[in-house]
Design a protein. Structure first.
Length: 364
């Protein structure tokens, strides 16, 4: 509410100055006192509703522009507002404040645009981000975020366009699986659209025939990158010891390494192998894997193969963490410190050094 008042007040002040009016002159036109106008402009109070039309006329505008009314948000506007919430939350976390103010800001934004399904979809992603930004939030907070996320996704699933509904269905399926609601997950999975084939080759042929080789190249490169990321995700799934034999896991990790290194993608395959070594009591091997994993997370981006990917895939900025945001590294550190399984590694020098490196990457 206060933010809305300040926004309206700032708009009134800007429009008044553009007209060349003083607060006293505007007050005289409206039959109110100069202090009343001052309170509007500083956000201390609202103009009376009966004054909105006269105020708009006095400032040569209309009520919609005066109130900065937006019937809905464009995708770019949604992205901008969501980034504002994320940046605010990160600032709160840096000064070790809790998540309450960030959650209130997100809720306020959702109330301002109750019909924006794109905002709801992105708002659900913000609630996921809160898990990383505020890793020390208690179980009560996390349950609340999950409930609110589910409500947002269900609204999108009910009323969104096909793309929005598919995204919401995937996330609702993930939520259902995380809470062992297997029948609900099965129903959602069955309702997902079936793949109709990859049109990349057709697009490339189209651009070539149109005499647009750069567009053809960009299309093929972008699709290659998507397929590689999907392949690495599938290889990650194939490191699950619940259904994969040990030899299969080793082959999956080896393939992960080979693909990442061949194409210049972040290589975090050692993080996958670490769990197997730890599970089987091979502590030195687990510690060595953890050390290489931390190196990958805290080191610079590898060099993306420009011959294969430029200009279709923007090159990452050099010097940033390879795959891990600060929030992810915080979450990893917390999970390692809290999981009793890792306590067995504390006497391994490689593990202790890697843990210190991970902690140091979060300083400053």
């Amino acid at each position: 509410m206060e933010q809305t008042q300040r926004k309206l007040g700032g708009n009134i002040a800007a429009l008044r100055r553009a007209k060349g009016l003083t607060q006293e002159q505007l007050a005289g036109l409206l039959g109110v006192s100069a202090p009343a106008v001052s309170k509007w402009e500083t956000g201390a109070s609202y103009p009376d509703i009966t004054l909105l039309c006269p105020l708009a006329r006095a400032l040569d505008t209309n009520v919609d522009r005066l109130l900065q009314f937006e019937p809905d948000l464009s995708r770019s506007a949604v992205h901008e507002k969501i980034q504002e919430v994320i940046q605010f939350a990160r600032g709160e976390a840096e000064r070790q404040a809790g998540p309450d103010a960030s959650l209130a800001l997100l809720r306020s934004l959702l109330r301002q645009y109750p019909n924006s399904l794109e905002l709801k979809l992105n708002g659900a992603a913000v609630l996921d981000a809160f898990w990383l930004i505020f890793p020390e939030a208690g179980p009560g907070c996390r349950e609340q975020w999950q409930e609110e996320k589910q409500a947002l996704l269900e609204a999108v699933w009910t009323g969104g366009d096909p793309t929005q509904r598919q995204t919401a269905a995937l996330q609702l399926t993930s939520l259902a699986l995380s809470t062992d609601k297997l029948e609900q997950a099965h129903t959602l999975l069955q309702e997902l659209p079936k793949p109709v084939g990859d049109a990349t080759m057709l697009w490339v042929q189209y651009y070539i025939k149109k005499g647009k080789p750069e567009e053809a190249k960009t299309k093929a490169q972008a699709r290659l990158y998507q397929l590689l990321v999907q392949t690495l995700s599938c290889l990650t799934l194939l490191t699950n010891s619940k259904f994969m034999p040990q030899q299969g896991i080793y082959k999956a990790v080896a393939a992960y390494h080979a693909i990442a290194r061949t194409f210049g993608l972040p290589d975090v395959g050692d993080g996958l192998l670490m769990a197997l070594h730890l599970e089987q009591g091979r502590l030195k091997e687990a510690a060595a894997c953890f050390a290489r994993y931390v190196d990958a997370l805290t080191g610079p981006f590898p060099t993306l193969d420009q011959d294969l990917f430029s200009p279709g895939v923007p090159a990452p900025r050099q010097g940033e963490p390879a795959t891990a945001s600060r929030e992810y590294r915080q979450l990893l550190l917390a999970s390692v410190q809290e999981d009793a399984a890792y306590a067995r590694l504390l006497e391994e020098p490689a593990f202790a050094a890697a843990l210190a490196k991970l902690q140091a990457s979060l300083c400053g």
